[in-house]
Ligand binder design. Structure first.
Ligand code: KG4
Ligand code: ZN
Length: 347
């Protein structure tokens, strides 16, 4: 395969991101520009779709230009453009998809509409030689699912959240406790000073059949405990954070173990387990998952943090994967792709 230079564009949530990957024998990130809108959303304790869409529109061209400059490339040197077509907040997806299509049209390049979840699922292969199939836990502000990654475009959902995503649960709990957005890192920081056994919170779906998650009841239980303690002292807050973290991690580890067992029961050979998404930054979660993987004699992988959270290198990398497999779609068909707010990887 001749060397590829793929531009990736990602705007599905609150990051405006563009990246270029050169792919010869291996993938190499030439640039990865990420503008995070966290400061704009922080006063509201969560992402405000209208603000996100307007901000993407204002930043898009600068971010793409910076990615091209950092890679020292002109648009005419690219060999393809890949952009997130969903799932995500529709305003941002529309801006990113349209920008990608416009560049592809202007420079007569092939175009790939990318599923954001598939990009998360494949990213680990950018830096490590992990062969299909592998099991993936995707934990972020918008997603919480366990996938069996069989190959490009071949995914099986083993379990998913029935209500809130796990990062969303951290963020909502933090907001309720008066901690800043994003809540996950704040909860982890306060939990380090707290006692996770003092206040007992539920562990929804823990130990039940199947591999699904549920976090909305946990959030409500935390509110009840916090109200009983009002006015909460700093130690109460730390203890609440520690209890929340214990419950969430116990649930995640339980569901992952269940999924590993399920695959084994079905006769699959599971050799590798990957965790991705912003919540993978949580150190306690990582170490518990690593222990679980070793208990099941499975290799444990976490992509580097800058690739775990939303970024455009994962979109460009998905383009490289599809290019390598000769699976880029017909250009006219790709250019006709509509943005999608919902786009499950599999049913
Ligand atoms: O992948 P990501 O950057 O964006 C989404 O696609 O959502 O994930 C962001 C989520 C937020 O909900 C944030 O609170 C959570 O990841 N998060 C954490 C930690 N760092 C980020 N959750 C728990 N512990 C952390 N250390
Ligand atoms: Zn994501």
């Amino acid at each position: 395969m001749r060397e590829q230079l793929i531009l990736g564009i990602e705007l599905s949530c609150d990051e405006t991101a563009a990246s270029i990957i050169r792919h010869g024998a291996r993938g190499e990130i030439l640039s990865s520009v990420i503008y995070s809108q966290i400061d704009e959303h922080a006063p509201y304790g969560g992402v405000v779709p209208e603000i996100a869409a307007r901000s993407h529109l204002a930043l898009m061209s600068t971010v793409v230009e910076r990615a091209m400059n950092e890679a020292s490339l002109g648009f005419d040197q690219l060999t393809g453009v890949a952009a997130t077509a969903g799932p995500g907040l529709i305003g941002g997806v529309m801006v990113g998809l349209t920008t990608g299509k416009a560049i592809a049209l202007a420079y007569d390049l092939p175009f790939l509409p990318v599923n954001h979840l598939e990009a998360h699922a494949l990213t680990v292969r950018l830096n490590e030689d992990i062969a299909f199939p592998y099991m993936l836990l995707l934990v972020s502000g918008g997603h919480c699912q366990i996938l069996w990654v069989k190959g490009l475009g071949e995914y099986r959902i083993l379990g998913q959240t029935r209500d809130d995503a796990v990062g969303e649960a951290f963020d909502k709990a933090a907001k309720f406790l008066g901690l800043p957005y994003p809540g996950g890192p704040e909860i982890e920081r306060h939990a380090a000073q707290g006692d996770g056994r003092r206040l007992v919170l539920p562990k929804p779906l823990y130990g039940t059949p199947g591999c699904d998650f549920s976090f909305s009841g946990l959030k409500t239980a935390l509110q009840v405990q916090a109200q009983e303690l009002a006015p909460a002292t700093p130690q109460d807050i730390a203890d609440l954070c520690a209890s929340l973290q214990v419950s969430i991690i116990d649930c995640l580890v339980d569901r992952v173990s269940r999924a590993l067992e399920l695959l084994r029961e079905e006769g699959e050979t599971v050799t590798d387990f990957v965790v991705a998404g912003g919540v993978a930054a949580n150190q306690k979660l990582r170490s518990r998952l690593a222990t679980s993987a070793s208990d099941y004699h499975v290799r444990f992988h976490v992509a580097p943090m800058e690739l775990c959270t939303d970024n455009a290198a994962m979109i460009a990398w998905t383009g490289c994967e599809y290019m390598r497999a000769n699976l880029w779609p017909d250009r006219d068909l790709a250019l006709a792709t509509a943005p999608r707010a919902r786009w499950p990887l599999a049913s």
